[in-house]
Structures are given as C-alpha cells and as structure tokens.
Ligand binder design. Structure first.
Ligand code: GTP
Ligand code: MG
Length: 240
C-alpha cells in the first residue's frame, strides 16, 4: 500500500502561510482562496511521481529477467514540503501562488535513482527518456561536467501525463540519476553544507578534502566499472 499525501498537514501549513497581519509583507502571504487548488495540484505531482517511479521499476525488472542484472540499486522519492516550496519562491522573489509554482518550480516531485555503475545510470536514463508518452524538459549532466565542488549526478526533468477524471495533466518530475559512489559523496557534502556553525577554516579544509574524495571515487568507480564491463564482454572506459 502506497502512502498518500497528508492533505490535512498541507492544509494546516497553508493556512498558516495565508495569515497576513501587522509587519507581514502581503507579498509573503499565500492566497487563502487557493488552498484547495494547491492541495489538488500536489495530488497531481504525487501522481506524476508514481508514474515515473513505476516506469523505472518496470525497466529494472525487465533487466533483471532478461540480463540477470539489476541496474537500479534503489530509489528514493519525495514531494517538496509546503515550507520548501514557499521558501524557494520567496528566495527567488517570485509570487506566492499556485500558478507561480506551476510556472517556476520543476522539482516539486523528485525521484533519486541510485545505480551500481555509471553505465547503468546512462542506460536507465536513456531508456526512460526515449519513452514516447513522456517529454524531456531539461537535462543537466553533472557527470560529464561535474560541479566545481565535485558534485556529480545526471539530472533530468520529465513531463509526464497524469490522467485524472477531467483529462490529462502534463506534470514535471525531477529525476536525479547517480551511482552509489556519487550518492555517498553527495550525502556527506549536503551534511557539510548545512553545518553553518562550522568555522570557515574547517569548512574550506573539508571542502578541499571532499573535492579530492570526489576524484578518488570517480577513479574507483571507473576501475570497478571496467571489471564489470570485462566480465560482461563490454569495452573498457579510460580513467579520468
Ligand atoms: P535548485 O534550486 O537547487 O533546484 O537548483 P537548479 O534548479 O539549478 O537545479 P540543479 O539541477 O542544479 O540541482 C537540483 C538538485 O540537485 C538540488 O536540489 C540538490 O538535490 C542536488 N544538487 C545540486 N547540486 C548539488 C551539490 O553541489 N551538492 C549536493 N549534495 N546536491 C546537489
Ligand atoms: Mg531543487
């Protein structure tokens, strides 16, 4: 049984965000008359997230049956919380309303796909991207072009049709494809980023070490990928 979105919790948070008053900029108040629309919208995002994760599970299971290989190690999925949604709009100086969320936020529904090898990352992403009922809205390949801090992952934003009683709704889902090593690195980097009480010297020292770790992990990954390719009769990949 799948967990469902907690509408009463969303409602409570929105009611709080819809409270104006003295000293509160009306720009930062969510319109109370849009609360129902927001909840309906979240239900559609949830549907989109399930559509994509089912597609990924089907691909993984096909590989398991045909090639005795599971390309997906595991998946994580989440809907952005009300507070994160409103916070992101405020940080970007965007209007606080449902239309603004639809027009500007593409990561309300998010899935993280953690694979064993880099080859799996690209094959799963390519098979999903080539399915005719979904659209690829945006690709950011931080594996080919890692971020300055060492972050690697393949980010794809898909638009997937969600069929409701009143017809189809194309809805964006952000999918982050990465290997176990990339995920291991990103978790620690994320934890470090939110340790704002750390002195600057420590922070920059750890950041440098993390960058070194990113390179080492990339090399280990390439070597292990090559062993895996070799025993499966595929061509080798050069080390970075
Ligand atoms: P966001 O406002 O963060 O969504 O930025 P964006 O729209 O430019 O998206 P991008 O594809 O660059 O990153 C989206 C998500 O990827 C983030 O919310 C994180 O989950 C993850 N991410 C991106 N960069 C990093 C990073 O340097 N470290 C870690 N740990 N995660 C990252
Ligand atoms: Mg994001």
């Amino acid at each position: 049984q799948r967990e469902r979105i907690n509408t009463s919790e969303i409602q409570a948070r929105l009611e709080k965000a819809a409270q104006g008053g003295k000293g509160i900029d009306p720009k930062n108040v969510f319109p109370a008359e849009e609360i129902t629309e927001f909840i309906d919208m979240m239900q559609v995002y949830e549907g989109a997230m399930y559509e994509i994760s089912t597609k990924l599970e089907v691909l993984d299971s096909e590989f398991h049956v045909h090639f005795s290989h599971d390309p997906i190690h595991h998946m994580e999925r989440r809907l952005k919380s009300v507070n994160s949604i409103l916070g992101k709009l405020q940080r970007r100086d965007l209007p606080l309303c449902t239309k603004s969320i639809r027009d500007n936020l593409f990561d309300v529904a998010g899935i993280r796909v953690i694979c064993n090898y880099r080859d799996d990352v690209y094959s799963v992403a390519n098979y999903l991207s080539s399915q005719p009922d979904i659209q690829v809205l945006r690709v950011k390949d931080y594996i080919k072009n890692p971020k300055q801090n060492g972050y690697r992952s393949l980010h794809v934003i898909y638009a997937v049709p969600v069929f409701l009683s009143n017809g189809e709704h194309y809805t964006p889902v952000e999918v982050q494809f990465r290997t176990i090593a990339m995920d291991y690195w990103a978790s620690l980097e994320h934890a470090l980023r939110y340790k704002s009480d750390l002195p600057d010297v420590k922070l920059s020292e750890h950041s440098q070490t993390l960058l070194d770790c990113a390179r080492s992990l990339q090399n280990v990954e390439t070597q292990m990928q090559n062993i895996h390719r070799d025993i499966n009769g595929a061509p080798r990949q050069e080390e970075a």
